[in-house]
Design a binder for this molecule. Sequence first.
Ligand SMILES: *Cc1c(COP(=O)(O)O)cnc(C)c1O
Length: 417
Amino acid sequence: MCIFANGDRPCMRCSIMKRGTYKKRMANVASTLKRTWAEIDLDALAHNYRALKKHIGENVKFMGIVKADAYGHGSVQVSRCLQEEGADYLAVSSIDEAMELRTNGIELPILILGHTPKDQVDKLIDNNITQAVTCEAKAINYSEGASRLGKTLKVHIKVDTGMSRLGYLCEGDFFKGGIDGIVQACRMPGLEAEGIFTHFSMADEDGDEALAYTQHQFKLFVEVIEAVEDALGKKFELRHCANTGATARFPETHLDMVRPGLLLYGYGDYAHELGLEPVMSLKSAVQTIKHYPAGTKVSYGGTFTTTEKTRMGVLPYGYADGFLRSLSNKAVVMTSEGPARQCGRICMDMSMIDLTGKKSVSVGSEVEIFGKHNPVEDMAAAAGTIPYELVCAVSKRVPRMYLKGGEVIERELLLRL
Ligand SMILES: *Cc1c(COP(=O)(O)O)cnc(C)c1O
């Protein structure tokens, strides 16, 4: 029984795959299709992967970052696509996310970037999951956990070169202590240090200061690797540090493997420069249209007042679906007749858009909230945030439709039906 089972009820994905209820599920999902849904273009994902492989060259491996349900795109389907395309590694943030992939037939090596409790080391080993080791205390825990089982846990050592989050501190006065700690971890029984990695904090920022910071982080990382390899008398198999910014801009940082997330999904300036395509298109359909005279207050708090006779559409898309309330009166969605501005406060389940003059947009018409015609980058800028947050915010209530060759090949709704 899958770990996501709820009592006697199998988990949704298992029930789709093993219990033959796929048709029923399809029907369930189909009934909500004309609310709000996310189209996941698997061809665009494959295109992005191939373009990135070309960009990094044959000798560099590719680790797909599929944490947070693959940035809202569906980690199982994204991982399946990457596995078919020949990617080398996947990374997630927790053992739950890793097990979700294993449970659904993903066989690629998986690195957990975050912490796993000691008592789950056996699960890591049994499922061929690689664990990040970020400090001495964790190294000891993992070593003890694995040794007790008489088994070996594959680990990647995390070096903190300036992100100041996880990893062995190696800056300045901490260099010697950091190296000693890493060497010690690599020699611990029960641990196999397959890789070593660090994370850039400014690789996607413009300006000389950010560039210098990244260069410094990279230089320190290389020095750490050299010192550790010298002490150990052997080389790491996988040295990696390139996130989206570094993968796109700094080929010298690619080392043995790159580790892009956002870039793979086709967002941001670097994605455009590399000819990548946005993978998600978030769509909704106009639910109701009403006509108001000038001077009508719209939605909670009356923050929007019509200035003329207005044809106002209601979208079944609100903050519980991932439409940040801070975008109220700022967002623009795309209709078949061009952009329509969002009016009044965004509600939990609904929001209003101005359809004045857009005669062919009627009840049932599709609008693109963001996607190929309405870049998520624009909406992120309007919200004062980054595309990452908007794609991750698309909630479980929003069905995902996976497209290949222009056809929907799978539909998924992450509710407890
Ligand atoms: C999330 C993450 C990445 C990917 O970051 P992007 O900016 O999306 O490319 C890479 N490495 C680590 C350690 C991460 O946590």
